[in-house]
Every structure is written in C-alpha cells, then in structure tokens.
Design a protein around this ligand. Sequence first.
Ligand code: SF4
Length: 292
Amino acid sequence: MRDVLKPLSRVVDCDALREEYERKPLAQVVAELEENSRDGFSLEVKRVDDRWLYFIAGKSGGFFWPSYLTAYFYCAKQLWLQHLLKATVVGERGLRCLARGVKAHKIYARYLEGRGLPVEKEVHVHGVFNGVEVDGYIDLLAEGVPVEVKSGYKEHLGHRLQAMLYAVLVGSRTAYIVYPHRVVHVAVDEGLLGVYVQRVLKVIGLREPPPEPPAKRNSRGERVKPCDTCEVRVLCAKYPSKFKTWDSFLAHIGELPRGDRCLNCPHLEYCRAFKARHEARPCMSHQRLLKV
Ligand code: SF4
C-alpha cells in the first residue's frame, strides 16, 4: 500500500481545487456539505457583530470525537466553544475549506480504487480507548489501515494523534496522513495518545474558557498568532478567558512540565514561554533570578 499512496498534489491540482472552492457560489458549497453529510446536516447562519458565522450542529452523542485532537492543536478555546455550543463554528472561509476537504477525499478514494486498492469511505468507528468512549468517521480505510486526507498544508501533532486513535479503534498499529506535499506514516504511540486524550477531556470539561493559543511558527519560520486570522474571533471575544498565559492555563489543568516538582515553582507561569525562547526550562537554565 505504501507504494500506492502519493501526496495529494500528485493526484489532484491542489491550487486549482482551492480556487474552485474560493469561487464556487456559497449555496453550492452548502449543498455539497449537506449531500455528503454522514448523519444529518444542521446548519444555522447567525450574524455576530459585523460577521456571518455558520454553526454546524454536532452529533457527538456525548462521546469523545477523534477530531477533538486536531481541534485542540489548532486552538483549545475554539475546541472549548465547539463543545459548549454543540456546534462547529466557522466563517465563510472555513465552510469552503470543509467542502474542499470532502471533495479531496472523494478524488483520492477514486485514485486509490483506480490503482487497484479497494477502500472503504467515511468509515464509522466506535469503541473505547483508555476507558473513554470514542466515536468518529475515518476518511478512508485501505487494507484495514486508516488513511486521512488533508487538503491543507499545515501539519501538526493533532493530525497524527487523530490518526492514531482511528488506528486503535480498527485494531491497526499504523495509519497514514496524505498531505498535499507528502505522505506521513504514523505509528501508534498509546502513551502519547493517552496523555492528549486526557488533556482534551480536561479542556472540554472546563467551566472557564482557555486562553488564546500562543504564537506559532508558520512554514516561512515567522511567528504568527492564530487569532489574527481566525474567522470566529468576534464570537470568541464574547467569552474572555481569566487565564493570562498559556502556561498558567496548562498549570491549572494539571499539565506540569516536570511533574509535581513544578508545583511550587516561581517560574511556572512562564515556564514554556521561557523554554521556547531560551531552549531550556527556567529551573534548568544557567540564568538566575535577580533578587531585588
Ligand atoms: S480568536 Fe483565537 S482564541 Fe479565539 S477561537 Fe480564534 S484562534 Fe481561538
């Protein structure tokens, strides 16, 4: 199977696909999403301040959805809002991206079938991982191995964790993620998966919203804040977070960089931010606190 899997851009012209979905009338985009919806499609359009937002009702049934792992890595606050409002909230760009993703899955499935690899599409999976009841849909299942197709270029750990969870649910030790420019082989790491499933559960169980995510490096190495381009910012701003930093939020949900030894550390509020800048945690750095 490994030889048959090719990057998405070798199967479809990704730029043309992007343009197609940027130009397509919005009503057609919605109709495509509706047509391809797995268990009913409920879309509400609401005006929030000066923006139209699209609320796609979720049918989670109270289960843990593997896509939560991807959502967490994009923005924990958006994940929290999704859980609170029982809906995925997107702007027009997000809606077009969702429809483009569905089209990409279909094209890729046809490509695999054309190469003699039978695939099952939109495979419903339900099971228990570490005592957590999980429910979701795998893009494609080929020879019992999950294949996730991403039409966006950005890669992150959330995608790999989501693929791992699908693999666990179908009894596979591996999965693949097809990106526009490469195919990533994912080996299941149940320890890592368990850590992040628990972290996501803590986030969606919070009464208070998480803080804005920290700046990340883009493909050009520039530091960018996800909030600066976020389409749901108008809605998000109505749920201010009491957490001042990402570190203080992680400490609140019990995610301590070095375990219990961090509990009384004076650097806890900025430990990860310090490490991102200086490559060592404050307690392991040669720098010392100034006593004033
Ligand atoms: S504005 Fe920022 S914190 Fe809010 S949902 Fe968007 S990315 Fe997340």
